[in-house]
Design a protein. Structure first.
Length: 355
């Protein structure tokens, strides 16, 4: 098959790669119909270090991508919820399905693969191939994939594989309440989904902090009060009469945004950090302690949120409109990575279709 293959930092190449085979009875194979690039795919692209893998050193080539939907073409002997021909959306990360956290529905706390020193996120290392490909092996498919229900389009289905679940997770973990005030740092796809999710949770006022103008304009269209980071702290404190906001979601994951978050969160408020932090980021914990702020960091389990999220999307409480600004063919994947990384041309998110 053809796929986007990681050949080193900055070198994503559209080239031949071995067809995936079913390696475990609970796995299945899809023909990928659509896929997208996530901000976290840019870490290997930049040669960053993720967990124990240092991408500045040579690694074995692998297919990238953890946001994909497709049609089931082959199933393992222990797959019960899917059949050949089904259209499914796949969680960006896998759970072993056997450990206690997985059985409690907390796939993000899965112990199984960690014990085996194996990756949980697809397409971010040579341990687990991703779905920027014509065909893709879904692991533990009964747990990690779901049929695409009526009323959910391809764009929404892709958002449900990661970005929407992540934004929604931030809203849950920062305890957004009906009538509450919320601030979201970063208006990339995850931040944008956090804004929509906060309104769906009943937030009265949502501030969206973002340096890029068109992203602020998009946030304003969703009903948020969009602010440049340079003006955010002052403006939010003025607009909340010096109190600050109940909930902060940091989808930027930068030291600068975290410092601002500590200033605008109210006494007894909640901060959820979704952006993947690089080593050495400093957070003024002493300040948070004096304000009795609870700080949450984490990575969403995705699949455990689908039962709540699917109805919100089907009922159009969360729409995910206007997120996919650019379309590419799989053969143009290297260019898709380049434009997405360079933040060029008003790009927010790419939709990639196998040729
Ligand atoms: Zn992701
Ligand atoms: Zn597990």
């Amino acid at each position: 098959m053809k796929a986007l293959v990681f050949n080193g930092p900055g070198q994503i190449i559209y080239e031949s790669f071995d067809d995936p085979k079913i390696t475990k009875p609970r796995n299945l194979i899809i023909k990928v119909t659509k896929c997208s690039i996530c901000g976290s795919d840019l870490h290997p692209y930049h040669g960053d270090k993720i967990a124990k893998i240092d991408f500045s050193q040579p690694v074995e080539r692998f297919c990238t991508g953890h946001e994909m939907i497709g049609e089931v073409v082959e199933i393992g002997s222990d797959v019960y919820r899917h059949k050949v021909g089904d259209k499914i959306l796949v969680s960006g990360g896998r759970g072993c399905g056997e450990c206690r956290p997985c059985q409690m529905g907390q796939v993000n706390h899965c112990l199984g693969y960690i014990k085996g020193n194996s990756a949980t996120v697809y397409g971010i290392s040579n341990q687990l191939n991703g779905g920027h490909a014509e065909y893709f092996e879904v692991h533990n498919a009964d747990l990690g994939a779901i049929g695409i229900p009526d009323g959910i389009n391809d764009e929404q289905a892709i958002l449900l594989t990661d970005a929407l679940a992540t934004g929604y997770y931030g809203v849950k973990m920062s305890k957004v309440k009906p009538g509450g005030t919320v601030a979201v740092f970063g208006q990339g796809p995850v931040g944008s989904m956090a804004v929509e999710s906060a309104f769906a949770a009943g937030a009265a006022k949502v501030f969206a902090i973002e340096p890029v103008e068109f992203r602020r304009a998009k946030a304003a269209l969703l009903g948020a009060i969009a602010l440049h980071p340079d003006k955010a702290v002052r403006s939010i404190m003025e607009q909340t009469k010096g109190v600050g906001v109940d909930s902060v979601i940091d989808a930027a994951g930068k030291e600068s945004s975290l410092k601002q978050a500590t200033k605008i969160v109210k006494l007894g408020g909640h901060i959820s950090v979704l952006g993947i932090l690089q080593p050495g980021v400093q957070i003024p914990l002493n300040y948070l302690q004096l304000k009795s702020v609870s700080l949450h960091t984490g990575v969403t389990g995705i699949v455990d949120l689908w039962p709540e999220l699917l109805p919100l999307v089907q009922n159009r409480k969360i729409k995910g409109e206007g997120v996919f600004t650019h379309q590419f063919k799989l053969s143009e994947g290297a260019e898709a990575f380049r434009v997405f990384d360079a933040n060029e041309d008003g790009i927010l998110k790419v939709m990639i279709t196998p040729d």
